[in-house]
Design a protein around this ligand. Structure first.
Ligand SMILES: Nc1ncnc2c1ncn2[C@@H]1O[C@H](COP(=O)(O)OP(=O)(O)OP(=O)(O)O)[C@@H](O)[C@H]1O
Length: 366
């Protein structure tokens, strides 16, 4: 099922404050989209509005070309899962799963045999085939979450809306269950919208990320695009650790304020600008500069974490361990040629990231 949202604005009840502010978004049939952003950004409100829940809004929200608000829930073909999966504790797992079918009006309700078959099928799907007779209290958190998903899937929805469904799970179970969910999405041909605080989770499971802030969509793109060409510094920082270097563009070069950070060529007009890059994208260069490297404990993905004392401050970067031996720890410069440049909070036109070292006459290592 597809979702089309145009100029959607929702105000808080009894307040003029906008919970959603001019949101436009298209979710293709079969997509797996993650809504990410800080607390209060409007993610839950957007999810609930897609489902046709809650109060009035301005703008257009269509699911498969139809307005859902006001239609009976059973006609909407939507499955919901929330963080507090709220299974009915006094009902067995099987009864929990069949609940959405049991409450259908008599004319639409499948017969007992068909419901039992559907429950058995779903128990297989969530890989808990023998637990139909168990009660929620007898299950682990991850098992309960899978039952909640089965319950949401019982009525064969085309659109699955998930609001922080894994928040209560420990990291290992959380990782397992999200992979499983992605498989399920593909297997069942669902359209899935997942609200998460965890950007790693969003990157791993979703095809596209929708970054929200203050009730607006700041950027909507595949993860690689968000990282390579973030629309704002906020997107850059939200998606991972970022280093920030203020400076100036003059005569086709970005000149960082810090004398130990190397300049690089850009195709942008003169004026102030700020460069952002990931710690692993910075390169230490034996440049005869005054920067010093101070190895720290820790690192990630085979990279070592280093503090680099620049002229004005210290930053932490990640480098291959063997590189440090090649440049030493003194007389260094920092090459930030892979940075994204912004001016007044917007990407600097004509400033594509320059491949590191390309513009530099020096040997680039690190
Ligand atoms: N019923 C309500 N009455 C008044 N304000 C509300 C209501 N529901 C949400 N809001 C406000 O709307 C804004 C968006 O809230 P929402 O819950 O959608 O954000 P969120 O991105 O899902 O946040 P979180 O990640 O913390 O769940 C917030 O400023 C919130 O305080």
């Amino acid at each position: 099922m597809s979702v089309q949202i145009r100029s959607l604005t929702r105000r808080a009840p009894n307040a003029s404050r906008k919970m959603l502010d001019g949101v436009s978004l298209t979710i293709e049939d079969g997509a797996f989209v993650a809504l990410v952003g800080p607390s209060g950004a409007g993610k839950t409100t957007l999810l609930r509005t897609i489902a046709g829940l809650d109060g009035p809004y301005e703008g257009t929200v269509l699911v498969d070309g139809r307005v859902l608000a006001g239609r009976p829930m059973r006609e909407r073909r939507i499955g919901f899962v929330f963080q507090n999966y709220a299974l009915f504790r006094h009902m067995t797992v099987a009864r929990n799963i069949s609940f959405g079918l049991d409450v259908l009006p008599r004319g639409e309700r499948p017969d007992r045999g068909a419901i039992a078959a559907r429950v058995a099928e779903l128990l297989e799907l969530i890989q808990l085939p023998t637990l139909g007779g168990a009660y929620p209290d007898q299950l682990s958190g991850g098992q309960r979450q899978r039952v909640a998903l089965a319950r949401a899937l019982a009525t064969k929805p085309g659109l699955l809306l998930l609001d922080e469904p894994f928040g209560a799970l420990d990291p290992i179970v959380r990782r397992q269950i999200r992979r499983w969910l992605r498989g399920l999405h593909d297997q069942l041909g669902l359209t899935t919208v997942l609200v998460t605080h965890d950007h790693d989770e969003a990157l791993e499971v979703a095809d596209r990320l929708v970054v929200m802030q203050n009730g607006r969509v700041v950027q909507e793109a595949a993860a690689e695009t968000l990282d390579a060409a973030p629309a704002t510094p906020f997107v850059m920082e939200f998606l991972g650790e970022a280093l920030e270097f203020p400076g100036q563009v003059a005569h086709g070069r970005f000149l960082p304020d810090d004398p130990n950070v190397l300049s690089f060529a850009v195709g942008a007009g003169d004026g102030p600008a700020t460069a952002y890059l990931r710690p692993h994208e910075a390169r230490l260069v034996a440049a005869g500069g005054a920067a010093r490297a101070i190895p720290l404990t820790g690192g990630q993905g085979g990279l070592r974490r280093l503090a680099v004392a620049l002229g004005t401050r210290e930053v932490e970067i990640l480098v291959l361990p063997e590189r440090l031996g090649q440049v030493g720890t003194e007389g260094l410069g920092l090459d930030i040629g892979r940075a994204r440049l912004f001016r007044d909070g917007a990407p600097l036109a004509g400033a594509p990231p320059v491949a590191s070292g390309q513009e530099l006459p020096r040997v680039t290592v690190g």
